[in-house]
Design a protein around this ligand. Structure first.
Ligand SMILES: C[S@@+](CC[C@H](N)C(=O)[O-])C[C@H]1O[C@@H](n2cnc3c(N)ncnc32)[C@H](O)[C@@H]1O
Length: 288
């Protein structure tokens, strides 16, 4: 079974993450108005982006924060949006064109491969729900901070504390029941190698972690996102996120069984809302 949500725990053996995220492309934007969109706007706003600046948006998906940043920098500024899921980035590109935002460059690339020699330095770095996917998260984020100009600002979004905890737990339990495979360990189960998200899921943890990878003036706040639990939202959140990876290779009948059982389990648990609370953390690259 594959856990690519940043909400599971323990060792996993997913198909390549880019393949999973590409497979979400038709469903990803069903979640945008309720989750990815508000976070993208908040993250760009808290980055303090000014007209004319150069922004690097990594793990861009369908462009929630990249497009918000493009509006803030205006025609004199620019945004470079990077993701290795080309199908998601193509949707971001189409949305930018439809909105007549011509100041965004889209790059299909692994963000851990970005180097200043190639793309230069930026005034602002934004990354929504992405850093916990990066292998060797600390080294990867140090490298991203190096792509900022001295004094440049960064703004990150990650799941806060209990966000998606019960939701993802019910989902993986249901997938396990349908497939007959063991349920993967949750993020708080004792495992040798806890999921990186457990290191950055509170205000205190993420600000301390950002300082440890080289940022200064770090701050974080919680964006409260409680989405009414409906079957439509529940299943869109599965199909339009990395949770979808656990369905990879299942037959249409098995997927239908997961859907029916999972949505029933949420209803039986009297879950009235889905906790999608999000931490928005900001900081700066030191001046020298
Ligand atoms: C949960 S989505 C978030 C997308 C977008 N930031 C948003 O908030 O709507 C995570 C994104 O990170 C991308 N991603 C994860 N690891 C990556 C890597 N190493 N290089 C490039 N993109 C990556 C995935 O392809 C996916 O689009």
């Amino acid at each position: 079974m594959n856990d690519t949500t940043g909400r599971g725990g323990g060792p996993v053996d997913p198909p390549p993450l880019a393949h999973i995220f590409n497979s979400t492309h038709a469903d990803f934007d069903a979640v945008t108005p309720l989750v990815w969109g508000p976070t993208g706007e908040a993250m760009a706003a808290r980055a303090g982006i000014l007209p004319g600046q150069r922004v690097l948006d990594v793990c861009s998906g369908t462009g929630a924060s990249a497009l918000a940043a493009a509006r803030l920098v205006g025609p004199a500024g620019s945004v470079t949006a990077v993701d290795f899921a080309g199908d998601l980035l193509a949707r971001a590109h189409a949305k930018a064109s439809a909105a007549e935002l011509h100041n965004v460059e889209f790059r299909v690339a692994d963000v851990t491969d970005l180097r200043a020699d190639d793309i230069g330095h930026f005034d602002v770095l934004t990354c929504g729900y992405g850093v916990f996917f990066l292998p060797e998260m600390d080294a990867a984020v140090r490298n991203l901070i190096d792509l900022l100009l001295p004094g440049g600002r960064l703004s990150l979004a990650v799941w806060h504390d209990d966000a998606l905890y019960d939701f993802a737990g019910a989902y993986f339990a249901r997938v396990a029941r349908v497939t007959g495979e063991p349920t993967p360990p949750g993020p708080r189960d004792p495992v040798d190698d806890p999921h990186p998200i457990t290191r950055i899921d509170t205000v205190e943890k993420i600000t301390a972690w950002l300082e440890s990878v080289g940022a200064v003036d770090t701050r974080a706040t919680v964006l409260r996102l409680r989405i009414p639990r409906t079957d439509t939202f529940g299943w869109s959140m599965v199909l339009g996120s990395g949770l979808r990876g656990a369905l990879d290779g299942l037959s249409p009948e098995a997927i239908a069984e997961v859907r029916r059982g999972f949505l029933q389990d949420l209803a039986d648990a009297d879950m009235t809302e889905v906790n999608c609370d999000t931490l928005i953390a900001t900081g700066r690259r030191p001046e020298r």
